[in-house]
Design a protein around this ligand. Structure first.
Ligand SMILES: NC(=O)c1ccc[n+]([C@@H]2O[C@H](COP(=O)([O-])OP(=O)(O)OC[C@H]3O[C@@H](n4cnc5c(N)ncnc54)[C@H](O)[C@@H]3O)[C@@H](O)[C@H]2O)c1
Length: 227
């Protein structure tokens, strides 16, 4: 799921949108997210410092890779002491834009949408799902896991009123481009797209595609490659 970099990057936009650092390679970005997850776990276990060797072991990469990745964040480690966990987490979160809260809208409240609304992990990472939208009247005007499901007609007013910056697209493939176009016109800065199609590009809108079927194909390739 992780590992794909934004297809476009926002150059201008509302003042609450931070710029993505284009100098960090996508593979490093993917690992930094995983380092933060492991560092959070170590901190909860009471650790204050971690070596590049241990952090590397936790991700099955070498300590040289860890040091190179962390170097992208500036001067962080101390020889013989390792990295101080708190400041390293803070620096990664600042770089990733996850040291702040993001308001997120979900478009498409079907099977996948329901599962996403029930997932509690977004809040913990600073992603606040404020509303879902659907075209099916049977689904609308309900609350799922505390999130209101609204008719699509209310997209424009709600996104503007709530100052939503990110959207999750979980609509049927044929509806994806039209919805993305509406989101782009509303100034939404990023779209997490689950529809199995490469979305049309919109200036200033970052898109990350999530396609579990593609991930499975990568897994099958990895398995056959080692046989
Ligand atoms: N990327 C992945 O790994 C992955 C996994 C599962 C599903 N999907 C994709 O996610 C999408 C949703 O899958 P699902 O299983 O939840 O489908 P679903 O049919 O259960 O849900 C789709 C929902 O979108 C609504 N909808 C239709 N047109 C709309 C529009 N223009 N605006 C707002 N809502 C609209 C429908 O009323 C329905 O509630 C599909 O495109 C599917 O292919 C991707």
């Amino acid at each position: 799921m992780a590992g794909e970099s934004p297809e476009t990057q926002k150059s201008t936009g509302p003042p609450h949108i931070g710029a993505i650092n284009p100098a960090i390679p996508p593979a490093t970005v993917a690992r930094l997210i995983l380092y933060a997850r492991e560092l959070g776990r170590l901190r909860r276990e009471g650790e204050s410092h971690v070596s590049s060797k241990l952090l590397g072991q936790l991700l099955s990469v070498s300590d040289a890779v860890v040091r190179r990745d962390v170097n992208h964040l500036g001067s962080m480690g101390q020889r013989g002491v390792g990295y101080e966990i708190g400041p390293l987490i803070q620096q990664i979160r600042q770089t990733m834009g996850t040291n702040r809260s993001w308001k997120v809208a979900l478009i498409g409240a079907g099977s996948l949408g329901h599962a996403l609304m029930r997932y509690r992990g977004f809040d913990e990472q600073g992603f606040q799902l404020v509303a879902a939208f659907d075209t099916d009247p049977a689904i609308c005007s309900r609350n799922i896991a505390g999130i209101p499901v609204l008719p699509l007609e209310q997209l424009e007013t709600t996104i503007a009123a709530e100052r939503v910056s990110l959207a999750i697209l979980a609509v049927p493939v044929d509806a994806a481009d039209a919805v993305a176009k509406r989101l782009a016109a509303l100034g939404v800065a990023g779209i997490l797209n689950f529809a199995p199609r490469t979305l049309q590009k919109f200036p200033g809108v970052c898109v990350v595609n999530v396609d579990l079927a593609s991930e499975l194909q990568q897994l099958s390739f990895a398995v056959v490659s080692q046989q």
